[in-house]
Design a protein around this ligand. Sequence first.
Ligand SMILES: Cc1cc2nc3c(=O)[nH]c(=O)nc-3n(C[C@H](O)[C@H](O)[C@H](O)COP(=O)(O)O)c2cc1C
Length: 186
Amino acid sequence: MTNIIDALQARVSSPKLCEPGPTRPQVELMLRCAVRAPDHGRLKPWRFVVVEGGGRDALGELFEKALLAKDSGASEQKRDKARSMSLRAPMLVVAIANVTTSHKVPVMEQVIATGVAVQNMQLAALELGYGAIWRTGDMASSSVVRNYFTLEPEDQIVGFLYVGTPVGEARPPVVQDLGACVEYWS
Ligand SMILES: Cc1cc2nc3c(=O)[nH]c(=O)nc-3n(C[C@H](O)[C@H](O)[C@H](O)COP(=O)(O)O)c2cc1C
């Protein structure tokens, strides 16, 4: 990818990821790109938890607890699935919108800024030669997971960004017809 326009248009998510994942300096570079997201009021409304190595097992156990809190009789298969979700990539970043409610900048804008930070990270990962996928799912809204990360009521888990080496050929990007979503007032 040679420039930002090409990179944005060619970008695809990679649902299947394997080792190797980014090195620590590369992760820091991704995080530096994240915190350059547009940020109304300079509130720095984000918090990132980088989960790698054995940290992924700990997150998997948390996901299993979250599943059991919702469904105490969950089958062994469902429990295995919950435990192994965090192992789908060599590393993942839990992106949290840690919002300020007593400020004139609306909470929604702070959540959006955190989302933009996630996308900055995703694009940085691609530029570094990795694949990534942004996921949420039930775990992002689970009270067990929210409590573990000490979220206040208005805070949000904006996503889990999984990063690693893509497995298999990348899917071609879906090209949307702009006519379906754009109008011009000239
Ligand atoms: C906030 C957010 C949450 C998402 N959650 C999931 C998810 O839980 N599972 C999933 O498969 N894709 C999820 N996606 C979509 C993928 O990240 C990805 O964009 C989608 O599969 C389309 O692929 P593409 O990015 O290659 O076009 C989410 C995207 C966003 C922005």
